[in-house]
Design a binder for this molecule. Sequence first.
Ligand SMILES: [Zn+2]
Length: 118
Amino acid sequence: MFKKGNQIGKQTRLGPDWPGQRCGARTRAGKPCKKPALRGKGRCQLHGGKSTGPRTEAGRARIAAAQLKHGRLTKERRAEAKRRAEVGREIRAELKDIAARAVAYGWLDPDWKDQFKD
Ligand SMILES: [Zn+2]
């Protein structure tokens, strides 16, 4: 604990004589931030020193891979499901049209679907 006169660890404490680089930000109280700056950043983690995300394409791909859980809802998979649904709608519309024509030509009974009931 920090008791009066305690010299243990004094070099590593962040008091007024601390030799390291401070965060250069101004606080909401108008005073300079006293927290130590993150290495190579000049700001603490509260004032913009933390990572703002991957920059390179490889880094972005690595994060995307880390975020992927099962791949069932990727953009590609959803686009493919949408396309398959559209193909299904086209096929059903075509079958409906064929059945209507077959009924019109007398090749099918108007209530031909009833034979598949129960
Ligand atoms: Zn700060």
